[in-house]
Design a protein around this ligand. Structure first.
Ligand code: ADP
Ligand code: MG
Length: 267
């Protein structure tokens, strides 16, 4: 199973929207996908129509309790897309995890023991670089970073990349950056283009060619408990996530070699 962590310590940059729609697009290609909701807000779970009653087992039980990955997994309405939902319990996990000696490896251990036959796992992280996100980075093969096309896009990225470097040195030397996805791209806004040019100049080929446009359908879909790809599969947002999935698959280790990030230093 290829484990991809979707992280950015900024909130509202499109992590959850990317987790849901990329997960759906990958499942549509025939892959078996597991989405792990690691945000106490549980937006990925709600966005996929998982009711509170269906969250008897959650990512909290996986990290703090002793549920296995297989036990905590439930299906979604999307064929081949499973989820481990999140509940508010998870908001206490950062503190409860401190009690464990192997607090950074709880998730990694749970994944190693899993028996399910998923091809890809996507982890939707909370907007912080705390123990939950650390667990996700320790467990992951690679990282996908959604970056919102706004003036302060690059601010905070160096902090994220420093964390990645620390995780690599101490826990997970194989952690790679699969790609940076520009989100909420607005072609009518000149600033968007400028930010996009700056980001590409600094980060180089690690930035996906595909950009995710600002598209109201993407923000409407979660209130219907559906991925945008099912709510309106022809909207520009859905098409962009299908293109992103295609690009991402080409970067997975068993496909093409991953382009090396040019430099994180300038960020
Ligand atoms: P995060 O998980 O990083 O906090 P979300 O994916 O929840 O970010 O996105 C934040 C808000 O912006 C949500 O209301 C979401 O519906 C909306 N949103 C995300 N991506 C887009 C987009 N490309 N176009 C329009 N709205 C978007
Ligand atoms: Mg989110």
């Amino acid at each position: 199973m290829n484990c991809i962590t979707i992280a950015n310590q900024k909130g509202g940059v499109g992590k959850t929207t990317t987790a849901i729609n990329l997960g759906t697009a990958l499942a549509a290609t025939g892959m078996k996908v597991l989405l792990l909701d690691l945000d106490p807000q549980g937006n990925a779970s709600t966005g996929l129509g998982i009711s509170r009653a269906d969250r008897a087992r959650s990512s909290y039980d996986l990290l703090v309790g002793d549920a296995t990955l297989d036990e905590a997994t439930i299906p979604t309405k999307v064929p081949r897309l499973d989820i481990i939902p999140a509940t508010v319990d998870l908001s206490g996990a950062e503190i409860e995890l401190v009690e464990f000696e192997e607090r950074t490896h709880r998730l990694d251990k749970a994944i190693r023991r899993a028996e399910g036959d998923w091809d890809v796992m996507l982890i939707d992280c909370p907007p912080s670089l705390g123990l939950l996100t650390m667990n996700a980075m320790v467990a992951a093969d690679s990282l996908l970073v959604p970056l919102q096309c706004e003036f302060f896009a690059l601010e905070g990225l160096s902090q994220l990349l420093n964390t990645v470097e620390r995780i690599r040195t101490r826990f997970n030397p194989g952690l790679s950056i699969l790609g940076v996805a520009l989100t909420m791209y607005d072609r009518r806004n000149r600033l968007t283009e400028q930010v996009s040019d700056d980001v590409r100049a600094v980060l180089g080929r690690v930035v996906f060619d595909t950009v995710i446009p600002r598209n109201v359908r993407l923000s409407e879909a979660p209130s219907h408990g559906l991925p945008a790809l099912i709510y309106d599969h022809r909207c520009p947002g859905s098409e962009a996530y299908i293109a992103l999935a295609r690009e991402l698959i080409a970067r997975l280790p068993d496909h093409a070699p991953q382009p090396a990030p040019r430099s994180a230093r300038a960020a």
